[in-house]
Design a protein around this ligand. Structure first.
Ligand SMILES: *Cc1c(COP(=O)(O)O)cnc(C)c1O
Length: 439
């Protein structure tokens, strides 16, 4: 029995989400659309199999075909990333447990890890005090250059020599510039630390040649599979051969039981797509689109963190309007069906829950087939919304803030600017297919 007839309630929710995806613009830089083929594999009967262990060494019987699919995913991953001489584990459930598995596999609790300050573009799993990483390990943070808002490799080298971390982490969640992974690996080597790159955001760009690769300089590389790589939600851990046993043991039995082989099959399909020559064009177009979008926003008078982008994402710096305006702009853009997220900017004068920036990017729009022409149009719309709503002040009194946001949301309902932009967004968006829905 199919979903529509057996469970119309869940079916209807999915249909409403399809409509939302089709009629809006998805500009959260960590989101993308998996292909229909990848979703078909991820939704397949492979879901039903227990396969604790690794290919050829399972704790359950009946894994002959599961071994085939996992080995295929591994071979394609190594090929797609040109990661000769590396081992890859394709079992992590997602990016966060993959990172924790690396820390637990290669370090002892209490060891020192060096990473980018979280409010300057680092990820939750890179040492936030509310995350297991920050509870179990001693993190020291390198800041961005205060003026240029980019990595300062000399300062990182100095801090590494002073604090002697066991592991140095690069790869970020809200950093618009290219990362010199080779330089980061050299810094780690100079003090005898492990180098780790978390390329969750940019892995599609790395495969497509649109961003420098962390291979072969970096000891350990983690990535999610659902961001610029545009596959099912999961993660990969690459490591130098000599770290293989530690990494594999850390994932299973260290962190996880049975791997999600249906997801791994979907990831294999995605990696097969990423190995095709067209994927290079996709990666190049993402970056081209982002640079045109950034140029449009700047031309409209907005300020971007670090002055622009070299990747798939950018951060609008709303500080010129006053502190803590990100939430208002993100809500106004959402009401116009342009999805972004509010975020901190380097040295944000506001608090993390009401930060002063907006993070947005082009991977999902590029998957739908949008190009330079659409970026100029969308950039103009975004700038209009920003200028109309970033002027809303955030109350100084802590206890008044939530109510101010609720009041603000009410004013959006009949707002002329929102209505006008939403209609234009819908007319544009519905011209571009969403993979997995329309194809
Ligand atoms: C998204 C992201 C992760 C976490 O991935 P989840 O799949 O959401 O757990 C880890 N590191 C970086 C840099 C990311 O951007």
């Amino acid at each position: 029995m199919n979903l529509a007839s057996q469970d119309p309630e869940v079916f209807a929710i999915i249909e409403r989400e399809k409509k939302r995806q089709k009629e809006g613009l998805e500009m959260i830089p960590s989101e993308n659309y998996a292909s229909a083929a990848a979703l078909e594999a991820a939704g397949s009967i492979l879901n039903d199999k227990y396969a604790e262990g690794y290919p050829g060494r399972r704790y359950y019987s009946g894994n002959v075909h599961i071994d085939e699919v996992e080995r295929l995913a591994q071979a394609r991953a190594l090929k797609a990333f040109n990661a000769e001489g590396y081992h890859v584990n394709v079992q992590p459930y997602s990016g966060s447990p993959a990172n924790l598995a690396v820390y637990l596999g290669l370090l002892k609790p209490g060891d020192t890890i060096m990473s980018l300050r979280l409010d300057q573009g680092g990820h939750l799993t890179h040492g936030s005090p509310v995350n297991a990483s920050g509870k179990l390990f001693n993190f020291v943070f390198y800041p961005l250059d205060a003026e240029k808002e980019v990595l300062d490799y000399d300062a990182i080298q100095k801090l590494a020599e002073k604090t002697k971390p066991q592991l140095i982490l690069s790869g970020f969640t809200a950093y618009p510039r290219k990362v010199d992974f080779e330089k980061m690996a050299l810094i780690a080597r100079s003090i005898g630390a492990i180098s780790m790159a978390d390329i969750s955001h940019i892995s599609g760009l790395v495969i497509g040649g649109a961003h420098p690769s962390p291979f072969p300089s970096t000891d350990v590389v983690t990535t999610t599979t659902h961001k610029t790589l545009r596959g099912p939600r999961g993660a990969l851990i690459f490591c130098k051969e000599e770290l293989r046993e530690k990494i594999d043991k850390a994932v299973f039995p260290g962190m996880q039981g049975g791997p999600h082989e249906h997801t791994i099959a979907g990831i294999a399909v995605t990696l097969g797509e990423a190995l095709r020559p067209e994927f290079k064009d996709y990666a190049a177009q993402i970056v081209k689109n982002a640079s045109i979008l950034a140029a449009t926003l700047i031309k409209e008078g907005l300020k971007l963190v670090s002055g622009g982008t070299e990747t798939h994402l950018m951060l609008i710096d709303l500080r010129p309007f006053g502190p803590g305006r990100g939430v208002f702009v993100a809500k106004a853009l959402e009401a116009a069906e342009i999805n972004t997220n509010f975020t901190t900017v380097p040295n944000d004068p506001s608090v993390p829950f009401y930060p002063s920036g907006i993070r947005l990017g082009t991977p999902a729009l590029t998957t739908r087939g949008m190009k330079e022409k659409e970026m100029v149009v969308i950039g103009t719309w975004i700038a209009e919304v920003v200028k109309a709503f970033a002027t809303t002040p955030l109350p100084d009194e802590k206890e008044k803030r939530a109510q101010a946001v609720r009041d603000f949301e009410k004013t959006l309902e009949g707002h002329e600017t929102v209505k006008k932009i939403r209609e234009r967004v819908k007319a544009l968006a519905t011209k571009f297919p969403v993979p997995g829905i329309d194809a």
